[in-house]
Write a protein that binds this ligand. Structure first.
Ligand code: G6P
Length: 367
């Protein structure tokens, strides 16, 4: 049956709002609630013997991979390489025995990613695939198929597939950590408990839709927008900038907060809004000082943080968006919502074709 928009104006909007449901569905197939453990599909190779992970993907799926690198390294202590698929093969990557090559794709058909998969297969790597279309080419060629259960994604700009990819990757990282003896049973249970909190936290993030809609007019006139984040929220800054570019046609850049002083700070003036993604926690103070550098140059800051963070640093911002206080593990999932909604509402203010942005394709099947 054809997918319908229902009461939503756009597929993208519908897909953003589906996230609590589809992330719960996806988590449901990887986590066992009875004993708070991770349960992956049948694996016929030894996960504990994997000594290196190579992640390859494009676009939004690539940013999910960037987040996952933090998790694989932090939890399982496995070194991770990550590349965009169009660059991967041409740099003659070193693919040693015992490596897992992991391909992340909504469609499972992106030409560059598929070519990279075949390259790794030929080099003898174990092939893991995180895809949303279980009948896709990538799914068929995988040794380890890890489906996301996001349902059909129609909007060209990926949203719900991204958060579902993160859910699967977090489960995989925890599972690998357990297999490698890097994570105790208690730690695994704690990780699982935090992951299971994600759907409710996504819902509370969605509650701020109206606030975001009403601040979108502050961003819509901008020619350039800068997004800043640190740690696993840095890829979210990249994703926020990508979403805004894709559907509102505003030039946007994502930067690691601490790297701003090495370049983009030269662009800051009152016409360049700076969107700061900064959950409270150990990295918060440093990000706040980067924010002050922006403000000292007349820059306008939009701070996305939790109650604690906004209380401490929300003053003098042109707008703030309040997120629930979440465990750092699920922050990248939860903070995806405000950046998606912001891009969506700015595009609506500008009157662009949200679901079919110019020059872009849902699935890019040429290299
Ligand atoms: C296109 C889409 C993006 C998507 C990217 C990768 O550029 O417009 O939304 O992130 O392809 O697609 P994939 O299906 O491989 O995740």
């Amino acid at each position: 049956a054809a997918v319908e928009k229902g009461n939503y104006r756009h597929f993208m909007q519908k897909e953003i709002f589906e996230q609590p449901t589809v992330v719960a569905q996806t988590l449901g197939s990887y986590l066992r609630q009875a004993d708070n453990s991770v349960a992956l599909p049948q694996i016929d190779f030894d996960l504990s013997a994997i000594n290196r992970i190579t992640i390859v993907a494009c676009g939004t799926s690539y940013y999910a991979g960037m987040v996952a690198k933090y998790w694989f390294e932090q939890f399982a202590r496995v070194p991770v390489d990550i590349d965009v698929a169009s660059e991967f093969r041409y740099r003659e990557p070193v693919l040693e025995d015992g490596g897992l090559s992991l391909f992340i794709s909504q469609s499972g058909e992106t030409a560059d990613t598929l070519a990279a998969l075949r390259h790794c297969k030929e080099a003898g790597q174990t092939i893991g695939v995180v895809v949303n279309v279980p009948t896709s080419s990538m799914a068929r060629e995988a040794d380890l198929l890890l489906p996301t259960h996001a349902g059909p994604e129609i909007g060209v700009a990926s949203t719900k597939a991204f958060t579902c990819q993160l859910a699967v990757l977090a489960a995989l990282a925890a599972h690998m950590a357990v297999k490698k003896g890097r994570m105790s049973r208690e730690e695994e249970q704690e990780v699982v408990r935090h992951l299971l909190e994600a759907p409710a936290c996504l819902n509370s993030a969605l509650d701020h839709d109206d606030d975001i809609a009403s601040m979108a007019h502050l961003i819509a006139p901008a020619r350039d927008v800068l997004y800043l984040g640190r740690g696993p929220d840095y890829p979210l800054a990249l994703e926020g900038a990508l979403k805004l570019k894709e559907i509102s046609y505003i030039h946007a850049e994502g930067y690691a907060s601490g790297e701003m002083k090495h370049g983009p700070i030269a662009l800051i003036d009152e016409d360049v809004p700076v969107i700061v993604l900064a959950p409270s926690g150990p990295l918060f103070e440093k990000t706040v000082s980067n924010m002050q550098e922006v403000r000292a140059r007349g820059g306008k800051v939009v701070l996305i943080s939790d109650e604690e963070g906004l209380e401490e640093a929300g003053e003098d911002c042109i707008a703030t968006i309040q997120m629930p206080k979440v465990h750092p593990l699920i922050a990248p999932l939860v903070y995806a919502v405000p950046v998606q909604l912001l891009a969506y509402h700015v595009a609506c203010v500008k009157g662009t074709d949200v679901d079919q942005p110019r020059n872009l394709a849902k699935s890019v099947t040429v290299e």
